[in-house]
Design a protein around this ligand. Sequence first.
Ligand code: AMP
Length: 345
Amino acid sequence: MTIGVLGGGQLGRMLAEAAGALNLRCKFYDKAADACAGQIAELIVGDWCDEQNLARFAEGCDVITFEWENVPVETARFVERFAPVRPSITALEQTQDRAKEKALFGKLGIPAAPYELVQTEGEFTAALEKLNAPCILKTRRMGYDGKGQMRIDTADDAARLAEFRGKECILEKRVAFDRELSIIAVRGTNGEIAHYNLVENHHSEGILRTTISPAPNVSQTLQSAAESYAKRMLEALNYSGVLAIELFQVGSELLANEFAPRVHNSGHWSIEGAVTSQFENHLRAVCGLPLGSTANRYRCVMTNIIGEDAGVPEPNEKRFVHMYGKQPRPGRKIGHITEIVEPYQ
Ligand code: AMP
């Protein structure tokens, strides 16, 4: 089978690495000629609206997926004429707009931080009065890794709004969380669902730095709550593939921050640390194959290699180094390391 992947970054590259074991082939489409998945698999280069190149990419694909959630919905609709697009175009639409994402959480009874939609200064002031500082202002579209966000600490911060003027945003209450967690779940085309253990994530400057798998001190109740939120999302979106939900833990409660309709950075540990990696399970799910076990084989810690970080450590039998073949730039994820701590019982 050939799987077409919209987006050719490191997530795609790791999908292609997992494809071989299943005797599958990945083919990529990206705007950038140096997209790093192209170093190990076929890459078609073109704009997201270039129908000629998109057709060249989509022809011969048995199924099409995406590894970047900002692929334009029109692009996904166009390639759907050639092969089914999974997880689902609806999921893509929901995740591209924070307002729709929040509304979906609300509709499914998944707790999240209180928020207001804002665009004008008047709306911002009214929303801030309602929510009270501290808050976070986020653009509704195209924000990731902390981009398109501003921390609002006092009511006077309205004066700093210039860079957001006119943009559709959400103002969100800042959560005094105990820690950040995420759940990665997967659903097959037959409705079968599996979940990985909750993991604990550490960010700095809005970018994921480290993931601990499994998250320490997770009660069965907390794990079950996360699984139930993921199940609601997977079923509501009639989803096939891997889904990640980023969560804030506050006491014994979980609040959803955002979801990603794709393989996720906080699941990279699963390549060595789980029986079946998130990449293999995503491929299995979109191709209609039975899912693999999501159980941990090891306790492990994943650390991103970011930007011009000096020195990549030497791999050894407990340390697995993955470099993505990307040019280092400040704030850019260029690789990751998974350290095995001990077998998981
Ligand atoms: P996001 O792009 O929404 O994933 O935000 C990036 C990071 O900013 C999160 O992982 C949190 O560390 C922080 N953050 C985002 N929203 C909130 C919030 N409502 N309260 C506290 N921290 C937040």
